[in-house]
Design a protein around this ligand. Structure first.
Ligand code: GRF
Length: 215
């Protein structure tokens, strides 16, 4: 089996990157993390990459005159490195439509909410304010619209009485670390196909419903 070559784009602590590195440490996993690229120098995610023996680059976006120029530089690096799939993992920067179009179907993101609810920032605070009883996370294909692409995998968690942003974020993050490697595996194995605007995944479904509060 040829493993798909993956670049992870990061901007911060990189816990989702770590989940992907851990999954890819198993040679039976269908993707290898071939490159980590950060738009912010000195972030912990770069250290995680180095510890895992993965080439890590920082490319400060401030060094470029425009979003398009930065994205073109990223695209050139990905192409030279023979990258097949790009994973955004806490990458705090919008990508230009040209970049999203070029990598369409091969560019994925993890978002800390059950899309299409709570696009954008501060998802946990907004979920608490809305009083939802189930919250969660989503891995989706990236399109030029923010947090709007076809959904690959989702995980739901209960919102519990007494939750604050931090406790809820921690419960969701644990699931991000489960579903991101799962979604990358499904994509790398070619088990993802488009049906119009939606993704159909060739994988078994869950066996029960999550109800909160419990019946
Ligand atoms: C995660 O919650 C991710 O969903 C969001 O930003 C956070 C990044 O965390 N896009 P980390 O850098 O992967 O630890």
């Amino acid at each position: 089996m040829t493993r798909r070559r993956v670049c992870v784009l990061v901007s911060g602590r990189g816990s989702n990157l770590q989940a992907l590195l851990d999954a890819a440490a198993d040679h039976a996993y269908p993707a290898e993390i071939a490159l980590v690229l950060s738009n912010v120098p000195g972030v912990y995610a770069l250290e995680r990459a180095e510890k895992a023996g993965v080439p890590a680059l920082s490319l400060p976006h401030r060094d470029f005159p425009s979003r398009e120029a930065f994205d073109a530089a990223v695209d050139a690096i990905l192409t030279n490195a023979g990258i097949d799939i790009v994973c955004l993992a806490g990458f705090m920067r919008l990508l230009s439509p040209a970049f999203a179009a070029k990598w369409a179907g091969r560019l994925i993101n993890v978002h800390p909410a059950l899309l299409p609810a709570f696009k954008g920032l501060h998802t946990h605070r907004r979920a608490l304010e809305a009083g939802v009883k189930l919250h969660g996370c989503t891995v989706h294909l990236v399109t030029p619209e923010l947090d709007d692409g076809p959904i690959l995998v989702q995980a739901a968690v209960p919102v519990l009485p007494g939750d604050d942003e931090d406790t809820l974020a921690a419960r969701v993050l644990e699931q991000e670390h489960r579903i991101y490697p799962l979604a990358l595996r499904l994509l790398a194995e070619g088990r993802v196909r488009m049906d119009g605007e939606r993704v159909v995944v060739d994988a078994p479904g869950p066996t029960g419903a999550l109800v909160n509060p419990a019946p």
